[in-house]
Write a protein that binds this ligand. Sequence first.
Ligand code: MF3
Ligand code: CO
Length: 260
Amino acid sequence: MIYLKTPEEINQMRAANTLVSMTLGEVAKWIQPGVTTHRLDTIAREFILDNGGRPACLGYNGFPGTLCIEVNETVVHGFPSNYTLREGDIIGTDCVVELNGFNGDSCYTFTVGEIDPKVMALCKTTKEALYVGIDACKEGERLGNVSNAIQTYCEKRGYSVVREMCGHGIGRHMHESPDVPNYGRRGTGPLIKNGMCLAIEPMINLGSRNIIIESDGWTCRTRDRKPSAHYEHTVAIVDGKTEILTTFDYIEEVLKDRFI
Ligand code: MF3
Ligand code: CO
């Protein structure tokens, strides 16, 4: 069942999503060659706790981090580790924060130092696809329009769309109905209604769309080990308009002219 939020609940969603956005802004300060992904995870966890939130991924079905860490070929759900970032890496940090019983979810893919222009273009297209998807997310239309907009935008540019993982409804639970796939047909799927809160999150590959789950049961990587990018915003449909509850502003203030 799709749970439509009341205006008071949307207010709580705004607060949780502001906190997750600020958390990724803190993480941004530490992205550089030589930092371990454990360190990034600690920064995020301490910031969330200091601000009265709960790191919602930590312990979720046994997940061991505050952040999902997505280096290069990792698509989603990688563990924080003693891996040290290197020049040329890309790293997605996906974070969910619970604040006063409501969840905020966002992901940003950072570039570390100088990047292969092909990988840079992948990140840029994936980020653009997120906003293309959000633009297609309109009250009174079908969710398949969002899926189709993302798929079309990325495939036209020669990238492939991961099928097995998708965006989702969000609220009191991190994952609620409906699923928000990054591929699909216009005019299909649930109607977009006032009160819906959705996490939209394109996961886009440079090579083929095929993925595998590593033996840890979580880490999802591209089968061909080519890079994958991932950006995510949580949105709410309020009074017929789509409001983006998360923001990359905190991140991009830190990155200054270094963001894509
Ligand atoms: N944004 C991720 C998702 O929607 C967060 C996953 S948290 C985890 O799948 F605990 F499941 F890893
Ligand atoms: Co999500």
